[in-house]
Write a protein of this length. Structure first.
Length: 133
């Protein structure tokens, strides 16, 4: 994980702030069925933190997926640490993955530091992959 100092501790770059950090996708066309949460989760399982060989969903980085009746999706997520080197790119990757699902319109990805991520949020699958049992 991201134990100890991170990139932001040594560079003059502040960690990302909470709030909406990515907006992607287009409004859903009339008559297209809205995607299910399961379909969106499958797409999010294709997104990996490049430092950890487990997808972001199994890591427990996704706190909430809200799907509106018009197909727009809001994802609330966190990172393993505020100084995570992929802080600028990972929410964009998450938004693009969700937007790629048939039946998804616009996607907003919001970054939150509350509650802070801990390894306790990982699924059993992630723990097994990382030998953390």
């Amino acid at each position: 994980m991201h134990a100890g100092p991170g990139m932001h501790d040594f560079l003059d770059i502040p960690p990302p702030e909470e709030g909406i950090v990515a907006e992607v996708g287009e409004p859903l066309a009339d008559g297209v069925a809205v995607a299910t949460e399961d379909a969106i989760i499958l797409a999010l399982k294709e997104v990996y933190d490049p430092e950890i060989p487990v997808d972001i969903y199994e890591l427990g980085l996704v706190y909430e997926i809200a799907i509106a009746q018009n197909g727009d999706v809001k994802i609330l997520m966190t990172l393993t640490a505020p100084a995570c080197p992929v802080a600028g790119q990972l929410p964009i990757d998450v938004g693009e993955a969700a937007a790629s699902v048939k039946g998804v319109g616009r996607v907003q990805v919001e970054l939150s530091w509350e509650p802070a991520w801990t390894p306790d949020r990982m699924s059993d699958e992630a723990r097994l992959a990382l030998n953390m049992f």
